[in-house]
Design a protein around this ligand. Sequence first.
Ligand code: SF4
Length: 468
Amino acid sequence: MIDAPERITLEEWDLRYEKLYRAGLPQPAYGGPLSRHVSDGDHRLLKLRYDNSPAALRLWNFLLTEEDRLHRARAAGKKIVGTMKDLGTVPVMAYSFDNMVAFYPDGAWWIPCVMEYSAGLLEIADSLGIDESFCPVRAMLGAFVTEAHFPIPNMLICSVGATCDDFSAIAQRLNGLGHSIFWWEIPHRRCPEQAEATAELPGGLSAPRCQVEFVKSELARVKVALEQLAGAELDEERLSAGIRQANLVRQSLAELRYLAFTAEPCPIPALEMLVAEMLAIHYCSDRGETMVVLEELLDEVKVRVRAGRGVLDADAAKIFWVNPVADLQVMNLLEDCGGRLCGTEYLFTHALDPIPENVPPLEALARAALADPMAGSSIDRAERICSDVCRFGAEAVLISRIPGASHCALEGQVISEVVADTLGIPVLEIEVPPVADSMSPTVRTRLEALAETVRARRRSRQNRWRNG
Ligand code: SF4
């Protein structure tokens, strides 16, 4: 017998926590009631709804204690590497050392949401000339100035080249503030020309061999810099072991995503899935614990699927979500409006796809880095979205634009057109600021309309089928 899965408020979680605690719930060192994080300033937590499983409790506690973990790593003498923009490549190298922890300062883009603007990070970015014409990643600048959210890393590494204008400008501004950055380049991925030597990339992509060689040479520079910082060599054997560990995380997540997106009824809410996917990028500063957290979540989902139980109505509209959402609450809203998550593309499919293990490790990482959806054309991105929409059986696509993001201005339109032409399913674009309360009625109406459109299309298909 399992507890009925449901989405509950923070207050309800506290009551449930008390019961579980008294019943002897085993907890990690970072465990505890979720509401304690509100006193750290995470006010948005009061407005979210959460999955009620102990596995989800562990996931949230793991996420919300990352700053403590980084400070503890610093105190334990570990080297902290701030990896920026590449989303999933350099951390694989960093975690191959025993004495190194990597994290993404870019993750500060959620602080204005989680702390409901109370940290004042966007105002600091404004004062540094990075105003709201840039995407919310500009909050990272404020986090470096206040030093209130993560320890200043021993080394900053940032990918450039095929990077959005926003990040390029924000990282340069950070450099201008005196934070030294090790830059490495990923070129814009292009199609191989006729007779040009080609390399296969994860995700069914390909690139000219010379581009893979170039990225490999860039990663070799990164490797030397990391070795100097760690005071240890990163040989092929060690790096290959790091890649195997990364692939274990990706494999676990792949299984979780497949069940979460395809099982009926939906076994786990969209918000927990968003957090789970984010773990693949840099393991929330602890690779070993990431595996445990994901395995626990996967076990919970498997139990629910076997029991035919879920958190939403079985007829929820199946929505494929494009781009990470600046306000986490909107993932709740999707479900409140009759939708469910049925596939995602949060700008880092290259951090989810398995890294090749049949080629030398630096080459494998170069191929993975070049598969970054932001390194290629919007058409490539749209085609991957279409393929995943079919794989998961989604009935509509929702593109959540990120305010100020340079790539969102036209990319949404390209993706909409390709999806509509290829699959003929509804596509909706919405823009979501870090705290979307004032827009909530509009967003709600649009999400409800999308869910209703999906259901109307289902009814019409059933009628056509009945009428032969
Ligand atoms: S513009 Fe988009 S890709 Fe660039 S930093 Fe902002 S959210 Fe990330």
